[in-house]
Design a protein around this ligand. Structure first.
Ligand SMILES: *Cc1c(COP(=O)(O)O)cnc(C)c1O
Length: 362
């Protein structure tokens, strides 16, 4: 890069943007992919044909329905959105996090986003990109539960505009104590978003609690149950909040192919639920196997992945990858994740390949 171009970039690109790295997705060709919490099952031929037939009717010369009304109507009953709650859709829930940070950022970066740590990395990244301050409050080191005293004290001191609680949490897999989450919602001066990306694999939800707390929003995504490629996230809550967020939403953020495909997929929702149930039972098998390995510490999960610690995570990760299985190395991403790896639960044969590779690696 020439000196003059570099100096132009330094002059005009915001320093916060220059300081961060872009979201990295590792190459996964020819590997068994257990790194990104995807549903491993592809659609059967008959369903594929019916889907393509449906897409034939989509008019791509026209803009999509800006409000994606048919998608919302299909989602409401399946996601058990309370009758009095509103719904806003995002191109993945990542985009909803972006809308929230855009709407809540104050001039001079004065508004604060607070989240426990380690948690989903996009909270911090989008806070920085959209001009909010960010504060991470460490979880308890031994079991990744909320440090409720530290959370309440940070809320009192820093008065966050926005709090994110992933329920269950990524990358730790646990569901925070419900009563602790309730205390945080009650103590928060601003919005609390309970991010239920892994709802299909968990035993609890805050969706019905929307009627109880005016400062609560509940976020879900279709990514983890089997539609990661379509990019559809939803945020439910009081219509007055959502009316403000609507102003930050790009008018046609859910494209026509996604709208038609999501509606089609939701007509087969029971299939996705059945697959989620299969993944939950596979999770128990993988967990028990990990627990029995002497050099491995694994944490209980209510999501479709398992966090575990080994003696040398970078070495174990590389050895597993060399055997054709891609998982996630979290070592170095946060002090509490020292020597930690995360594996997504896949099909039975993929899980077996992973466990064999791990055994050899150890
Ligand atoms: C994967 C994930 C998301 C983002 O999902 P989208 O694919 O953007 O809908 C949001 N929150 C958590 C906790 C996640 O793990």
């Amino acid at each position: 890069m020439s000196d003059s171009l570099e100096s132009l970039i330094n002059t005009w690109i915001r320093p916060e943007i220059q300081a961060i790295s872009s979201y990295h997705v590792p190459e996964s060709a020819h590997l068994i992919k257990l790194d990104a919490m995807e549903n491993p099952y592809v659609w059967e031929a008959e369903m594929q044909t019916a889907w393509l037939e449906r897409l034939r009717g989509v008019t791509v010369n026209r803009y999509p329905d800006p409000g994606a009304r048919a998608v919302k109507s299909a989602l409401r009953p399946l996601m058990q959105v309370p009758e009095n709650s509103g719904l806003i859709l995002g191109n993945g829930s990542d985009e909803l996090i972006q809308m929230l940070t855009l709407a809540l950022a104050l001039e001079g970066g004065k508004a604060l986003l607070l989240a426990p740590e380690p948690s989903f990395v996009m909270y911090k990244m989008l806070a920085q990109v959209c001009g909010m301050k960010y504060l991470g409050v460490p979880l308890q080191a031994h079991d990744f539960t909320l440090n409720i005293e530290a959370m309440l004290s940070a809320i009192k001191t820093h008065q966050p505009a926005l709090i994110f609680l992933a329920y269950p949490n990524n990358p730790t897999g646990n569901l925070f104590e419900r009563s602790a989450v309730e205390r945080i919602i009650s103590a928060a001066p601003g919005l609390v978003v309970v991010d239920e990306a892994y709802c299909a694999f968990a035993e609890d939800t805050f969706m019905p609690a929307l009627e109880q707390y005016p400062n609560l929003l509940v976020m879900r995504t279709l990514s983890k149950i089997g539609l990661a490629g379509l990019r559809l996230g939803l945020l439910a809550g009081h219509p007055a909040w959502l009316a403000q967020l609507e102003k930050t939403r790009l008018p046609y953020n859910i494209n026509s192919l996604s709208q038609a495909s999501v509606i089609f997929a939701l007509e087969h929702y029971e299939q996705f639920l059945a697959q989620s149930a299969q993944i939950r039972s596979a999770r128990s098998l993988v967990f028990r196997y990990l627990q029995d390995l002497p050099a491995v510490q694994a944490w209980h999960s209510q999501a479709n992945f398992i966090l575990f610690r080994v003696l040398d995570a970078p070495k174990t990760f590389a050895a597993i990858k060399a055997q054709g299985v891609l998982i996630k190395n979290l070592h170095g991403s946060h002090p509490l994740l020292d020597q930690c790896l995360r594996v997504t639960v896949g099909k039975p044969e993929e899980n077996r390949a992973f466990l064999d590779a791990l055994r050899h690696a150890l």
